[in-house]
Write a protein that binds this ligand. Structure first.
Ligand code: ADP
Ligand code: MG
Length: 635
């Protein structure tokens, strides 16, 4: 047999390496920004076109390169940042592999324009698919400009694999924010298709956070600071009352490098213990400075995990430090630093006899009193005597039902009912006896509610039907009702809105406002009346009838989060995300007590839906237990 092994030509090797370093435009942005930081730039400008697909340009005022270096930097394993293996253990730079530029040059059209302080003229190099096409002297200011055009032009498969512009742009914004947060002493500008997304002057960290995330951050940040032999902790956490449902505002930096760490995240969450509403996440911007020798930085360039020598100590310290900060700013009423020592029994107590605690009994207490009061109100026709909860606003539609045609009150035509039966029939094979059960339900849809519903654990509505029992998840069911209503409103473009006495002023970051501006028309078709949407302010003078004024900010924030996670390309799915998001925030929550009347109303609305068995996110929202099934259980 003849020899078969050959060395891959450089451009092929580079393309393969590029696959690892450059996954999407955001990876290029990260590498170029980090190079500019390593070059000690004080002002960095990022310009992208079409989410980086056609152009990514980074301009810096750093140390620049000589013409020889400018040529060399495009070679693989060409780096100025380390020269011997030992250097690896004392890294102070972001890069060190000398791989990024070579990789990018292999899969794009690239231009390097650079000049050092001491040179009179600079250098321009043009390169296409690892091949130098042009090199010449050029008049240029000190620093470096790198232009990356037509990314993946020679790898169509990769290019086709890229997501929509909005998704790719989101990834770029994420990378940009991480670098910009880590280096507040560097000024940044970020332009996307000629619009300025960010303009961040050199500042302190607090101001940088505010400049990136908007003025709302001003009141939210609590400083964190601690220094020990192994680590210096600094930065900010957000006050617990501003905790959010997602993890968008959680940042760890180790030696100014963004990292992800489930373990350290846990330490932060532990510090917030008892202060957060269920299902919310604390926001944080935390910086850990450690001796570079104590971390294993030899990780893949695109990875953000890190390995510490002394992870456990860092965990404990981080948790205590944050607790302390929250305590100092009187956010936590009691601190448990001293808890451990207090738990130890003091010496003089050792021989003390235990005394039984005295119990005070309220002889007037009558558990039935409250119940009796509610019953009285109920009989008097006042069903909503409980303290106002936000969901109630959603339910005001029940009363208005007769006079308005809001989407809360669908009418049931025979045709619709038949359609539902079909939908349900299509669901055969799931674990409920669909046809029979739903058929029965629909038969009494128009009949007077049979007051045979009850609420289980303020979460499920249980109702009996001829053939057994239906158990409905109240939150998911209401989401379905609202979702279909919203879609109807959006498609017919007419919504009922309530005029506010005083317009609401909401503040968001400039990027969020830009995102909301894209959705303006759709929001208006759901009933929002938007007066102003610019800078960092949204002014709303009207809102859909079934929502509460006080929940508008939350609704918008949820919407923004959903849009960021699931940024759709076409306008149809944009409607869909909007409707799903609004339905999710507006739907009655688990834990909300519902009167019988409300329960029945919800059931009726649900079974008038096109798809009464699944939530908008396709979760099963009801189950049925047939009599046969129950009979079997008693065999
Ligand atoms: P690494 O950053 O790992 O060294 P790169 O491929 O990213 O590898 O860059 C190669 C070299 O090119 C760097 O080590 C640096 O000397 C030089 N270089 C890259 N970008 C810049 C820049 N913006 N300013 C000055 N020098 C740069
Ligand atoms: Mg680099």
């Amino acid at each position: 047999m003849t020899d078969v092994i050959k060395l891959l030509p450089d451009h092929v090797a580079n393309q393969i390496a590029a696959g690892e370093v450059v996954q999407r435009p955001a990876s290029v942005v990260k590498e170029l920004l980090e190079n500019a930081i390593d070059a000690k730039a004080t002002q960095i400008t990022l310009v992208i076109k079409d989410a980086g697909k056609t152009l990514i340009q980074v301009i810096d005022d750093g140390i620049g390169m000589t013409s020889t270096d400018a040529r060399l930097c495009l070679e693989r394993h060409a780096t100025s940042k380390i020269s011997k293996a030992d250097d690896l253990f004392a890294l102070n730079t972001k890069g060190f592999r000398g791989e990024a530029l070579a990789s990018i040059a292999a899969i794009a059209h690239m231009e390097v324009q650079t000049r050092t302080e001491n040179q009179e003229v600079g250098t321009l190099i043009q390169i296409e698919g690892s091949e130098v096409k042009k090199q010449e002297s050029i008049v240029t200011s000190k620093g470096t400009i790198i232009r990356v055009k037509n990314l993946f032009y020679n790898i169509p498969a990769r290019r086709n694999f890229l997501k929509s512009d909005s998704v790719e742009r989101r990834h770029i914004i994420d990378e940009f924010q991480r670098v910009a947060l880590a280096h507040p002493n560097v000024a940044f500008t970020f332009l996307s298709n000629d619009t300025t997304l960010f303009s961040l002057p050199k500042s302190k960290l607090r101001q940088r956070i505010v400049n990136i995330f908007g003025n709302k951050m001003k009141e939210r940040l609590v400083p964190v600071a601690e220094e020990t032999d192994i680590v210096r902790v600094s930065g900010f956490v957000q006050k617990p009352e501003f905790a959010r449902k997602n993890r968008n505002e959680q940042f760890f930096f180790v030696n100014d490098r963004y990292i992800k760490s489930g373990y350290l995240h846990h330490a932060v969450v532990a510090a917030f213990e008892g202060l957060l509403k269920p299902d919310t996440q604390p926001g944080y911007f935390l910086f850990l400075d450690v001796d570079p020798r104590s971390i294993d930085i030899n990780i893949h360039p695109t990875k953000t995990e890190i390995k510490f020598d002394d992870e456990h100590a860092i965990y404990t310290l981080l948790r205590a430090t944050i607790k302390h900060s929250l305590g100092q700013f009187s956010i936590t009423p009691a601190l448990d630093f001293s808890l451990d020592s207090e738990l130890e029994t003091p010496y003089e107590y050792e021989n003390k006899k235990p005394v039984p605690p005295t119990i005070q009994v309220d002889s007037d207490f009558n558990p039935f009193k409250e119940e009796a009061r509610r019953m009285k109100q109920f009989r008097a026709g006042n069903f909503r005597a409980k303290p106002t909860e936000s969901w109630e606003a959603l339910y005001t539609g029940i009363e208005k039902e007769k006079t308005t045609t809001s989407f809360e009150s669908p009418t049931f035509s025979d045709k619709e009912v038949i359609e539902h039966k079909r939908t349900i029939e299509g669901l055969q094979g799931t674990d409920f006896e669909a046809e029979h059960v739903i058929g029965t339900l629909f038969e009494d849809v128009n009949a007077k509610p049979s007051s045979n519903t009850f609420q289980l654990h303020r979460k499920y509505i249980v109702t009996s039907i001829k053939s057994g029992v239906v158990i409905i998840h109240q939150h998911l069911a209401h989401q379905r009702v609202l979702y279909e209503g919203l879609l109807r409103n959006i498609s017919v473009k007419e919504a009922v809105s309530q005029q506010l006495l005083f317009p609401l002023q909401l503040s968001f970051s400039a990027q969020d406002i830009a995102l909301l501006a894209n959705l303006r028309e759709q929001l208006e078709t759901t009933g929002f009346v938007i007066e102003k949407l610019e800078g960092e302010t949204m002014e709303v003078s009207g809102i859909p009838v079934h929502i509460n004024e006080s929940s508008v900010q939350e609704i918008m924030e949820q919407l923004l989060d959903d849009m960021k996670q699931d940024v759709p390309g076409e306008s149809f799915s944009q409607f869909d995300v909007l409707a799903k998001s609004l339905a999710k925030t507006m739907a009655i929550k688990v834990g909300t007590a519902l009167t019988e009347e409300e329960q029945e109303h919800l059931i009726n609305q649900l079974f008038a839906c096109k798809e009464p068995t699944l939530s908008p996110a396709n979760r099963k929202l009801l189950i049925t237990l047939g009599i046969d099934y129950l009979d079997n259980k008693f065999m």
